[in-house]
Design a protein around this ligand. Structure first.
Ligand code: PLP
Length: 286
């Protein structure tokens, strides 16, 4: 297994970044995750664009052109022989003696990329069964729209879910509305068959998969609404699901121990998951 670190492909076991990397000390770094389906990076341009946005918002320099970056990402899929899985990329503001203030412009950003294989069969089985989620207060910062590695609240939420026998934790804002999951966007389908997910403001990460689901829903003549929904509304929903680049669309069948709908994955959820996978090729770049 090979990783990419600051200009070189190196064995994963020996891939290191400096102790004074600002990603390590200040979470002063952004990341991006591409799903790989049948050997191809899914929604390639969407993720690259969001990476550019995350970097701009934090004024971290791009380490290279998008073209150069693309060729390294494709190479990572190849050399690690990833058929299905993910590519993880992280860019920090660089390595400098610890100081909250940004280092000078002469300090280059650091970049690291890893690859991981995942079993599509396992993921599919999980989706067909559906997952349980718990809910907890959202204790994250005010710029959740930027994909930063500041993920401690997300890790705590996911751990709480695991300890409760659930797969995800939906987080709740001070007004009682669900923001999103610890690593995925949150959706419900109302009794009237309307897909609902929270609008993309600073409160959530604007998922690339989330936007693809809008496209697919439109194509299939389904109605959707971008608005916040409460836990009570989710409990009364006909269906619920999560979306992310690595889980695609996974039905939620239980919220805080209560069944969603009839307690089985919803038909619209499964239909959209199928469309997502079926159209992955047309949304990929080799
Ligand atoms: N929300 C959070 C907090 C995430 O970490 C992720 C992805 O991992 C998402 C939403 C979904 O984003 P995407 O569909 O681009 O993977």
């Amino acid at each position: 297994r090979l990783a990419y670190v600051n200009g070189s492909f190196v064995p994963h076991a020996h891939a290191v970044i400096h102790i004074e990397d600002r990603g390590n000390q200040f979470s002063d770094a952004v990341y991006e995750v591409w799903g790989v389906i049948d050997g191809e990076l899914t929604d390639f341009d969407g993720h690259l664009k969001r990476l550019d946005r995350s970097l701009s918002e934090l004024r971290i320099r791009r380490p290279m052109t998008d073209k150069a970056l693309a060729s390294i990402l494709f190479r990572m899929v190849e050399v690690n022989r990833i058929r299905n899985g993910l590519i993880y990329l992280q860019i920090s503001r660089g390595t400098a003696r610890r100081d909250h203030v940004f280092p000078t412009d002469t300090v280059p950003p650091s970049i690291m990329i890893t690859a991981k294989s995942m079993s599509p069969e396992k993921a599919e089985a999980r989706a067909q069964k559906g997952i349980a989620v718990i809910t907890q207060k959202d204790i994250r910062w005010g710029r959740r729209d930027i994909k930063t590695v500041s993920l401690l609240p997300n890790a705590l939420a996911k751990q709480a879910a695991k300890e409760a026998g659930a797969a995800e934790c939906w987080m709740i804002d001070p007004d009682g509305f669900i923001t999103e999951g610890s690593a995925a966007n949150a959706w419900i389908v109302t009794k009237d068959g309307v897909l609902v997910t929270r609008p993309a403001t600073n409160d959530i990460l604007n998922g690339i998969t989330r936007r693809i689901i809008f496209d697919l829903a439109s194509r299939e003549g389904l109605t959707f609404e971008e608005r916040a929904f409460t836990r009570d509304e989710a409990l009364a929903a006909r269906e619920a699901f999560i979306t992310s680049a690595t889980s695609f669309l996974t039905p939620v069948v239980e919220i805080d121990g209560n069944p969603v709908g009839n307690g089985h994955p919803g038909s619209l959820s499964l239909q959209l998951r199928k469309s997502y996978v079926a159209t992955a090729k047309e949304r990929s770049r080799k």
